[in-house]
Design a protein around this ligand. Structure first.
Ligand code: ATP
Ligand code: ZN
Length: 284
């Protein structure tokens, strides 16, 4: 019995999806043009397909799980369940105008033509705000639509904004934020479900690890208590004496999110020789 996963063959989610499985200790060969692979050391079969087809594969039970952007699910909801946000493939669906056009708020889109590959999401967004725009669905190269006179504005996926910029466009409104998520089908049988549980256990430990850092620092003994309070750690920080009298080494885990703020406070509290390491796995 094998768990079957569908991931993007090539594109913006492909690398992140493969990297995530590899970090979970799942090895497989993914030569270019391959459509299918079997993991070497985990009961997993991998399908490499177009991202748009992933929800269908999962809803139709061709695969049990898949990795896809939230934007794809929002545009075409399918009978699949989101199990977990994966923290990569982050982007936003944004409305953009020519840099030369003035923007007077969303109302100015009334009666305007907007090109997008996401007509359903954009249609809902405008409907909720009582705006009647003419949504023009196109499937690729949305960003050139204004310059060729096809539309007054576009609604497209953006991450850094450099594609918009190089096409003379500027972002004026975010319609939705998106990231890669793990989806599953309903009705997975017991044995396959337990393989999924094992995979989720690994995924969560990899995710937890990527959200945390291992920190080591030296501190004078009389400051150690104050410094330790800044570092909650998994239980409480480890404290060890240094060879030099009056000094200790303190080790702990801190969240990536609070990292810079905590580092500043540690320095102010007298910490020295701060080392920060990434963590591969974190088992709660
Ligand atoms: P496919 O050939 O698989 O259909 P595609 O061209 O539709 O590929 P990509 O451009 O590779 O798709 O984007 C795949 C997903 O990556 C998007 O649906 C979105 O969730 C995510 N993504 C992250 N950043 C960006 C970005 N800057 N532009 C577009 N998509 C992005
Ligand atoms: Zn696609």
């Amino acid at each position: 019995m094998k768990l079957r996963i569908a991931i993007q063959r090539s594109g913006k989610l492909a690398e992140g999806s493969i990297a995530l499985l590899k970090k979970c200790g799942i090895g497989f060969s993914n030569g270019t043009g391959k459509l299918r692979a079997e993991a070497e050391d985990f009961p997993l079969e991998i399908f490499f397909i177009r991202d748009d087809d992933i929800p269908d594969y999962v809803a139709d039970s061709v695969a049990d799980i898949g990795i896809v952007g939230e934007n794809i699910l929002a545009e075409n909801p399918k009978r699949v369940e989101v199990v977990e946000k994966l923290g990569f493939g982050r982007c936003r669906l944004s409305i953009a105008l020519s840099r030369l056009d003035k923007f007077d708020g969303l109302d100015s889109f009334n009666g305007k033509r907007i090109a997008t590959s996401y007509p359903n999401i954009l249609g809902r967004f405008f409907a909720e705000r009582g705006i009647e725009a003419d949504i023009h669905e196109i499937s690729g190269s949305v960003e050139i639509a204004p310059s060729i006179g096809l539309a007054d504005a576009v609604c497209d996926l953006v991450s850094s904004g450099s594609t918009l910029f190089s096409n003379g466009l500027r972002e004026v409104e975010t319609v939705m934020e998106s990231q890669a998520v793990l989806i599953r089908r309903p009705g997975i049988d017991g044995e396959t479900e337990s393989i999924l549980e094992q995979l989720l256990f690994r995924l969560r430990s990899v995710r937890a690890a990527s959200q945390n850092k291992y920190i080591l620092l030296n501190a004078p003994k009389d400051k150690a208590g104050e410094i330790a309070r800044l570092l909650p750690g998994m239980k409480s920080p480890t404290m060890m004496p240094l060879a030099e009298e009056g000094w200790v080494s303190i080790h702990s885990v801190i969240s990536q999110h609070d990292f810079w703020e905590v580092v500043d406070r540690l320095k102010q509290a007298g910490a020295e020789g701060i080392l920060v390491l990434s963590i591969d796995q974190m088992i709660a």
